[in-house]
Design a protein around this ligand. Structure first.
Ligand SMILES: Cc1cn([C@H]2C[C@H](O)[C@@H](COP(=O)(O)OP(=O)(O)O[C@H]3O[C@@H](C)C(=O)[C@@H](O)[C@H]3O)O2)c(=O)[nH]c1=O
Length: 184
């Protein structure tokens, strides 16, 4: 069975289920293969930055985006479990303001493709989680923006009841209705 690409309710947001080879030693899988990625998604992406973060249970990072130098993100989890969310912030899109979410874990090996023009956030559901992602443009702090995780218009159905742990920047995020959006 080859790597599977699964469309979500927002067709440009993809779930990638890689083929994992398990044996007595453990497992092996191609976490990224440019040729297969191009052939199976039809996308040509030039990934320029790899990021790795670790967060404790209850940490929520996001909703982040860059108004210029928009970053497409291919994300995955190598320890623990998160609920990962992509929000369509492309003003002229038929799915503008809609979100999709996916549970990503070290156990399910799923990857999530969040294209340029989307906001991104995740919350840690396990004791801790390590999160890896590749981006199609560089981090540009001057263009970085944040929408609050519990924005009333976005109305994201987060799968938790606790009070999330936020950075100061994220606690101070703007509302979707006031957000500066992309210049793609
Ligand atoms: C995002 C980023 C941060 N940093 C630094 C700045 C700061 O001192 C420290 C932590 O930054 P932050 O608090 O912004 O990290 P974090 O809240 O994890 O930000 C990330 O959140 C997720 C949801 C995303 O989608 C990412 O694109 C990114 O925005 O790392 C870099 O050096 N390069 C980067 O690319």
């Amino acid at each position: 069975m080859k790597m599977k690409i699964i469309k979500t309710d927002i067709p440009e947001v993809l779930v990638i289920q890689p083929r994992v080879f398990s044996d007595d030693r453990g497992f092996f899988f191609e976490s990224f293969n440019e040729r297969k990625w191009r052939e199976q998604t039809g996308l040509t992406c030039n990934f320029v930055q790899d990021n790795h973060s670790k967060s404790d249970h209850g940490v929520l990072r996001g909703i982040h985006y860059q108004i210029q130098q928009a970053q497409g993100k291919l994300v995955r989890v190598v320890e623990g479990e998160v609920f990962d969310v992509a929000v369509d912030l492309r003003r002229n899109s038929p799915t503008f303001g809609k979100w999709v979410g996916e549970f990503l874990s070290a156990e399910n090996f799923k990857q999530f493709w969040i294209p340029e023009g989307f906001g991104h956030a995740f919350v840690v559901l396990s004791e801790s989680a390590q999160f890896l992602y590749r981006t199609t443009d560089f981090w540009a702090p001057e263009h970085e923006r944040c929408i609050v995780w519990n924005d009333p218009d976005l109305n994201i159905d987060w799968p938790f009841k606790f009070i999330p742990v936020l950075s100061e920047k994220d606690a101070d995020g703007t509302f979707f209705k006031d957000a500066e959006l992309y210049e793609l």
